[in-house]
Write a protein that binds this ligand. Structure first.
Ligand code: PEP
Ligand code: MN
Length: 346
């Protein structure tokens, strides 16, 4: 089976398998609509213990049963050699290594060893941290174990920055990956990048414009009730509508230049969001200082002395930057606004 040759390769299905009935219904809908591979999480990597961690081995039985009635191709996430063994026994068609496993070379090596000598397609999600070498390392480990059919899944990168996305796309990393390994198909997982269902389409379209080879999208019968990732999953109807609206042909070079610019603009937007939040946090602190001054009846001398202390601190901050003049100007505006605020409090 040369499953990764198909372009665009469409992978869809629930974040987690939750019941045989759910899995059967969603599989039959997606299969009828030409989805190439059905995804379903059986073992879920969850941040905290005590939350839903997947149905486990019984999910493999459901898949085996469903495959008797529907000729669907299934993929599941495997994270340990035991998962690999059970998945192979159950006749799962395609395996994927999740983002939390790709970060750990011991985990990847364990999986690669369990797969040695077996001809099964394997997809590798990018590690949660933006480290291209770690991603490449996982492919090298699989390659050394003799795995021939491999694909990469771009699912975005974890961040402490404020972002409209759950995981930053950082498009330059997967594109650099593709430059280095043009023969490894690159699939986008807009669901885990977006984190919210209304953002899935724009990311999927961008991936298609960048000539990605496929999409992996989370689709569930009743997403709001899903036990994992409820906010980002699409209903089957919304998903099919999205497939209809997507432009699958990569645009000519002119538009792809535009997309490279958009990548930089994404980063500028990010910084703008952070600057906005920082200014807001600063104004709150200024208000606290104003209240402190008013409540403690600071006299004019004390206030003047305090002003000269903070002025020299501010100057040393400004002097440490290259764009001194601009930064000075911006700080003057912020300072004037702060004084006005404090005078109001007085
Ligand atoms: C998933 O696909 O449901 C999943 C857990 O993804 P990731 O490894 O990208 O977080
Ligand atoms: Mn998920």
């Amino acid at each position: 089976m040369q499953i990764f040759k198909k372009k665009p390769l469409i992978i869809a299905g629930p974040c987690s398998a939750e019941s045989e009935e759910q899995l059967f219904k969603i599989t039959s809908t997606l299969q009828k609509n030409n989805v190439d591979i059905i995804r379903a999480g059986i073992w879920k990597p969850r941040t905290r213990p005590g939350t839903f961690h997947g149905v486990g081995a019984v999910g493999l039985k459901w898949i085996t049963e469903i495959k008797k009635n529907i000729p669907a191709v299934f993929t599941i996430e495997i994270a340990t050699p035991q998962h690999v063994e059970m998945a192979l026994k159950a006749g799962i068609d395609v395996l994927w290594i999740g983002a939390r496993s790709t970060v750990n070379p011991f985990t990847v090596q364990g999986i690669a060893d369990a797969l040695r000598g077996i001809d099964i397609p394997v997809m590798v999600k990018n590690p949660i941290n933006p480290d291209l070498s770690l991603w490449i390392g996982a492919f090298e480990r699989l390659d050394h174990a003799g795995i021939k059919q491999i694909a990469a899944i771009h699912r975005g990168f974890s961040t402490i920055q404020m972002s409209k996305y759950r995981n930053l796309p950082l498009w330059r990393i997967p594109l650099e990956f593709t430059d280095k390994y043009p023969d490894i198909p690159l699939i986008c997982d807009p669901s885990h990048i977006a984190g919210k269902r209304n953002l899935v389409y724009e990311i999927a379209q961008k991936a298609m414009d960048l000539d990605y080879d496929g999409l992996m999208i989370e689709v569930d019968l009743d997403p709001d009730k899903a036990l994992s990732d409820p906010d980002q999953q699409l209903t089957p109807d919304a998903f099919l509508q999205m497939l209809k609206s997507l432009r699958f042909k990569a645009p000519d070079t002119d538009t792809s230049i535009f997309h490279q610019l958009e990548d930089i603009q994404d980063e500028i937007d990010q910084l703008d969001r952070e600057m906005g939040a920082i200014i807001e946090a600063r104004m709150l602190l200024v208000k606290k200082v104003g209240l402190y001054k008013a409540n403690n009846n600071m006299n004019d001398d004390q206030i003047e002395k305090w002003k000269s202390i903070i002025e020299s601190r501010l100057q040393s901050i400004i002097n440490s930057h290259e764009n001194k003049k601009l930064i000075q100007k911006i700080f003057r505006i912020i300072q004037n606004e702060s004084s006005d605020n404090q005078n109001e409090i007085k």
